[in-house]
Write a protein that binds this ligand. Structure first.
Ligand SMILES: [Zn+2]
Length: 516
């Protein structure tokens, strides 16, 4: 073969490859999605024998509630059991339980694709997670058919009078502006996009009272609001000030309303600081012995005071760390029987640049003695069970001993959204640590585990770092109390916590290495 021929061959190969590449980037409607209202065909993209399907088209075919953020290219599908979150060009699927808000993330062998403004998900690799999220309401029939057995929301009833979206509240907060879009009807799907100071949100299949919304003025970062009906949908445009940085759109708990958090530069700076901080060394641990001084905490069987048990465990834990982790500084929020306000505990932790915050407490029931026994590990999240709410109320009630208890803003759902968003940077670490703690304590202690739970503790709100609160046992229980008040028991607990820290540190440093 001459050089010229070789060139020709190379050229034709190149053209072929280009063409093949071009051809394979096309999508075609050939994945059948079967529901009780019929069969729809949704776009798929095939690459190296793997079928990827369009997530938004799938959500619409099964009329699932979904939220597509066009800015971050993130889609969240709301199923009965879990919310399923997928980001473009990212191999992770995140399932968040609708029951307890716990998240699990799974790594797929390939990333998702972004083609024609749509996110394409690898079918075979991801289908099990869709099945799980839907509570087994999805059946995959190989190779190109998905059957959805769940309820399909009927199309909007056109004969209905009255409006779905009836108003908007705008509130200024430290971190930005909170907008509540009031809706009479559950808004199944909405998409948002931001361009040139305009945040545009399209609410699907709802109408809006245009006249009423035209009378609402902006506040804070929101300079103007413009709402209109377009076909079956509602479009709301928010004109934002230059202080705007990011936004989140969420369904409000317990109503049909939509919450939009519009963040300012203070929020962005805090986020940035958190991100950088999380890359620092694991060098400071903050140990918070609950209560103290005039605040005894729970009073247990035989008059045992919670504040004394907490301090005993805290000091013993500090000793373990100081002895075994010479490169880690231990910071105590109190080292003796003194009263420290809740907000100060978080402040101390932040000022010392803590990398982990551990708040130590004991549980109790109103009736003493009682059978309830065991330890619990708490994460900061809205308490959803009666029990979690009452424990948070009890632990938070110590602010009555403080001089200005009114400075604690009530942890309403709205405030929680702002708080947990500020905590989102380290939530995965808090989750990991609580998981490790729960396992280690279950193995090492005679006190039984009541599991990892979530509730709204003020003391955790203040600490800007991975944090947990441990209820080490019940002072209202005779057996737990005997263990908790004993020096040996306190030492055992401290050692189990120390081992968990050691374990967590390995995980933390591994993650930091890969993130750097
Ligand atoms: Zn307590």
């Amino acid at each position: 073969m001459t050089n010229k021929d070789l060139m020709k061959l190379k050229l034709s190969l190149l053209i072929f490859l280009l063409f093949a590449g071009f051809a394979s980037s096309q999508t075609s409607d050939r994945l059948a999605v079967v529901t009780s209202s019929g069969t729809k065909y949704i776009p798929v993209y095939e690459r190296q024998g793997i079928i990827y399907f369009s997530l938004v088209h799938f959500a619409e075919a099964i009329s699932a509630n979904y939220y597509y953020n066009e800015e971050t290219r993130k889609v969240e599908l709301k199923f009965d059991k879990y919310n399923l979150k997928i980001t473009t060009k990212n191999p992770y699927i995140v399932l968040t339980s609708r029951k307890n808000n716990q998240s699990e993330s799974y790594q797929l062998p390939t990333s998702t694709y972004f083609i024609d403004e749509q996110i394409f998900v690898p079918l075979v690799y991801s289908i099990d997670y869709f099945i799980k999220a839907s509570g087994n309401n999805i059946v995959y029939e190989k190779p190109d058919k998905i059957v959805f057995r769940g309820k399909v929301i009927p199309e909007k009833d056109e004969t209905k009078t009255g409006f779905d979206i009836t108003g908007i509240n705008v509130d200024e907060k430290v971190n930005g502006t909170l907008v509540r879009v009031k809706s009479e009807k559950r808004i199944a799907t909405y998409t948002s996009s931001y361009k040139n100071n305009i945040l545009m949100i399209v609410f699907r299949n709802v109408n809006v009272d245009e006249e009423k919304l035209a009378r609402i003025y902006g506040k804070g970062l929101v300079r103007g609001i413009n709402a209109r009906n377009t076909g079956k949908d509602t479009e709301i445009e928010f004109t934002l000030s230059n202080e705007y940085t990011t936004n989140e759109v969420l369904n409000a708990e317990g109503s049909n309303d939509i919450l939009i958090t519009i963040h300012n530069k203070i929020f962005a700076r805090n986020e940035e600081r958190e991100k950088n901080k999380s890359k620092w060394d694991f060098d400071v641990i903050v140990i918070d012995a609950g209560h103290g001084g005039k605040d005894a905490g729970a009073i247990g069987v035989g008059g045992v005071k919670e504040k004394d048990v907490n301090l005993g465990v805290a000091l013993k834990l500090g000793e373990f760390i100081e002895k075994e982790m010479k490169d880690v500084k231990v910071v105590y929020t109190r080292k003796n029987d003194t009263f420290v306000e809740l907000y100060k505990r978080g402040k101390i932790a932040n000022e010392e640049d803590g990398k982990l915050f551990i708040s130590i407490h004991c549980n109790s029931t109103p009736k003493k003695p009682s059978d309830a026994a065991g330890f619990e590990v708490y994460l900061l999240r809205p308490g959803r069970t009666k029990e979690a709410i009452s424990i948070a109320e009890r632990e938070n009630s110590v602010i009555q001993y403080e001089e200005n208890p009114e400075k604690y803003e009530k942890l309403t759902d709205e405030n929680f959204i702002l708080v947990t968003m500020a905590h989102s940077a380290y939530m995965k670490y808090s989750e990991k640590f609580s998981d490790i703690l729960n396992k280690q304590m279950s193995v090492d202690l005679p006190v039984s585990s009541r599991g990892v739970k979530q509730a709204g503790f003020y003391v955790l709100v203040g600490a800007s770092m991975p944090s947990v609160l441990i209820e080490t046992g019940f002072l209202s229980n005779k057996k737990d109390t005997d263990y908790l008040k004993s020096s040996k028991g306190q030492k055992n607990i401290a050692e189990a916590i120390y081992k968990s820290i050691k374990n967590f540190r390995e995980y933390y440093e591994k993650v930091m290495q890969t993130e750097l």
